[in-house]
Design a protein around this ligand. Structure first.
Ligand code: NI
Length: 397
């Protein structure tokens, strides 16, 4: 396709962005399996024209827009593309056509609003100084995540700032939330096996009952957050699985526990598993049981760089006005956008997509999750404005 001849603006691409989102919503794909999604994105980018398009991994896409006004900064913008293993319960006309797979986190919106920004910015290429690099990332929802794979493939080479957004159902449409510093928590998984001695439920003195010990472990783990951690710092320890036992008259030999640890603080992230294992070791030893312990660190905390966050703030004000911008409340949710921030300064932000009046209130990962689609236009505008702010296009829109 030839390069763009018409002048695109957020207004002219708005309907297209919604159509893209609905197409993606109808055809969701799970993490690491975004074959059709990434092909759709690559084809759409090729049709827009004026880009250098590559496939860093089999199901991701990178597009480089080299400005025509000479060398300058390199700003990366990231959208994730994967869906979740959820059976959609919505009944709108663009409901998922893949039963059991659903865009229940809004990544369909992320992809389409960034495509909208591509279309607008390509039309302004001659006036741009530097490069805008668009990262269409696979597999945000499933550890180890797509971001680390894309980074290993070199997508950040030469990049000096990276930004990314999440459409956010905790925020009403019309608000955009940013924050310097901690925004989203690190994700960590633990597994505990308590090895006792099984036997007859009526003769407990001949057993080492792992169920009673597991109950104490669960209760005592909460002691760590309540008593061992600075009350001004945040941490969550949640036991989310307990498995043990098969019937009512047998004390089992083994109980397995698993759960998650979330925190913003890197030092706490190192200290909490030490405290947890000490506690598990102590409780099990006190009752004559043994244990196995594993702790797997997952995504790092999303921590926003001050300069990158300032760029986002200026972009929001430029695109939508001062009244839109609010200070973000940190969340214990996790995001692999943090992987980019380990390499270059970056900022992640939340775009309000909730609409109480229209019943668009269901949380992320819910079977009835939906978006106020007007928020897509906000995303497109902010990404365009960020490029203008960072690459210095002056007052052109
Ligand atoms: Ni998400």
């Amino acid at each position: 396709m030839s390069a763009v001849t018409t002048v695109e603006t957020p207004e002219t691409v708005r309907a297209q962005v919604i159509a893209w989102r609905r197409h993606l919503h109808q055809h969701p794909e799970l993490s690491f399996h975004e074959h059709n999604t990434s092909q759709f994105v690559a084809d759409t980018l090729a049709a827009i024209g004026g880009l250098e398009i590559t496939r860093p991994t089999p199901t991701s896409v990178m597009a480089r827009l080299i400005g025509g006004a000479g060398p300058g900064p390199v700003l990366a913008m990231r959208a994730d593309m994967d869906a979740l293993p959820i059976l959609e319960a919505n009944t709108h006309e663009f409901v998922s056509q893949s039963p059991g797979v659903m865009h229940a986190c809004g990544h369909d919106g992320h992809t389409s609003m960034l495509l909208g920004a591509v279309k607008v910015l390509v039309a302004q290429r001659d006036a741009l100084r530097g490069e805008v690099r668009f990262l269409f990332q696979h597999a945000e929802e499933l550890y180890p995540g797509g971001a680390t794979q894309m980074i290993a493939a070199g997508v950040l080479d030469g990049v000096d700032l990276v930004i990314g957004a999440h459409l956010w159902l905790s925020l009403p449409f019309g608000q955009v939330a940013t924050r310097t510093g901690a925004l989203m928590a690190s994700l960590n998984t633990f597994r505990i096996t308590i090895q006792g001695e099984g036997g007859h439920a009526a003769i407990p003195q001949q057993t080492v009952d792992p169920i009673v010990i597991a109950a104490q472990v669960v209760t005592n783990l909460q002691h760590i957050v309540a008593r061992n951690i600075d009350p001004l710092k945040s941490a969550v320890i949640s036991v989310t699985q307990i498995n043990g036992g098969t019937t009512t008259n047998v004390i089992p030999g083994v109980v397995e526990l698993a759960g998650t640890v979330r925190t913003f603080d890197a030092k706490l992230r190192e200290r909490i598993p030490v405290l947890m294992e000490r506690l598990v070791a102590g409780v099990t030893a006190a009752h004559g049981a043994r244990y196995q312990w594993t702790f797997e660190p997952g995504y790092d905390a999303v921590t926003n760089d001050a300069a990158a966050n300032d760029l986002v703030r200026r972009a929001v004000v430029r695109a939508l006005g001062e009244s839109t911008l609010i200070d973000a409340t940190p969340t214990m949710g996790a995001e692999d956008f943090s992987a980019y921030q380990q390499h270059v300064p970056g900022a992640f932000f939340f775009i309000g997509a909730r609409n109480e009046a229209r019943g668009i209130v269901h949380p992320h990962h819910h079977e009835r999750f939906d978006l106020d689609e007007r928020a897509l236009d906000h995303g497109t505008r902010i990404f365009v404005a960020a490029a203008h702010e960072h690459l210095g296009i002056g007052d052109a829109r």
